[in-house]
Design a protein around this ligand. Structure first.
Ligand code: DAH
Length: 328
């Protein structure tokens, strides 16, 4: 009976084709080709009508069994393809959770910023507020109003950077005194941290460096108040054992004036200058010196930062190389 061997051959072909498909779409097409409405098995079944009763039943059963086996084969292949697809998806997007982590570099404040923040928060606790001024200053604010005579040596180009138009890079934070006091009425307590410039450059001097200025004006402010504030400040920075030394000095903008040193190990380190604000400075700001007095002080900040963080060379603070700064 040729139809029976046809069925066997058909099944053989179908199995081979199903085994060869690589995706679900190909499987559907293959299934349609063999089992679909105009598929091969239908062609066989259509022939049945012409067969005698006996053969028709026999062949019909054989054809249905073949069809069922091919269906089973399709189902099995479909399951295989499905799980292969999932396997692939998993291995393509594999994430190795045992790999060492990637640590994002963390930024931090520059040591000078940290020292400034510490200093300003200390003075905020004493009721001082923060004043700011520009780094390019007028000659009047940097020198004239601070009672510098026209021929004062620090106005020399040896010390001062001059900017076009008669301005200067401020050589100290003292001009903030002028800005803060002009047009205002005491009492006031101000602190002015900032960057200043001088023509100076070696391992302990940088042409740009940092100072903090403080001043207080009221009707009864004394040199004793100045010393009290400076002692409290020094203890805050350097510990309860620190001692201060005041040496008589001259500044155009204070009278009397002193330079102060703080104790460090067996010796002394220079800290800054201070004094009672000169009557001419108050007058230049429109304040009556017969009614008000005040003290002022100003000191370098970079030395404090170097001592606190153990920085051997001032340049390290300004070179912009983050490697040494990251170690602090
Ligand atoms: N401006 C001075 C300087 O840069 C420091 C200074 C001295 C500031 C005495 C003051 C002061 O306020 O009273 O050398």
């Amino acid at each position: 009976m040729s139809q029976a061997s046809d069925l066997a051959e058909l099944e053989e072909q179908a199995r081979a084709a199903i085994a060869g498909v690589v995706d679900v779409q190909g499987l559907q097409e293959t299934r349609a080709r063999f089992l679909g409405r105009s598929g091969s098995i239908k062609v066989v079944l259509r022939l049945l009508a012409e067969l005698p009763e006996e053969q028709r039943r026999e062949l019909g059963q054989a054809a249905n069994a073949t069809k069922e086996r091919i269906e089973e084969c399709v189902r099995a292949r479909r399951a295989e393809l499905e799980s292969a697809r999932i396997e692939n998806a998993l291995s393509d997007h594999r994430l190795d959770v045992t790999l060492p982590g990637w640590i994002a570099p963390r930024g931090h404040l520059h040591p000078i910023s940290r020292v400034f923040r510490d200093m300003t928060s200390f003075f905020a606790g004493l009721g001082f507020s923060i004043e700011d001024g520009p780094q390019i200053e007028t000659d009047w604010n940097n020198f004239g109003a601070l009672n510098f005579p026209e021929d004062h040596p620090s106005r020399d180009t040896q010390d001062t950077f001059f900017v076009e138009g008669g301005h200067v890079l401020r050589t100290h934070t003292s001009p903030v005194q002028i800005r803060a006091m002009t047009g205002r009425t005491p009492p006031f307590r101000f602190i002015a941290p900032g960057r200043v410039y001088r023509r100076d450059s070696d391992p302990t001097h940088s042409p740009a460096f940092h100072q903090i200025e403080g001043f207080m004006v009221d009707e009864r402010v004394t040199f004793g108040d100045l010393k009290g504030v400076l002692y409290a400040f020094a203890r805050h920075l350097m510990g309860p054992e620190v001692r201060l030394r005041f040496r008589a000095h001259f500044f155009p903008f204070t009278e009397p004036s002193a330079e102060m040193d703080f104790s460090w190990g067996d010796g002394w380190l220079e800290w800054g200058g201070c004094g009672m604000i000169h009557p001419n400075v108050l007058r230049n700001c429109g304040i009556d010196p017969d009614r008000y007095q005040g003290f002022a002080f100003g000191m370098g900040v970079d030395r404090t930062a170097m001592l606190r963080f153990g920085i051997p060379n001032l340049q390290l603070l300004f070179e912009g190389d983050v490697r040494p700064l990251e170690q602090l």
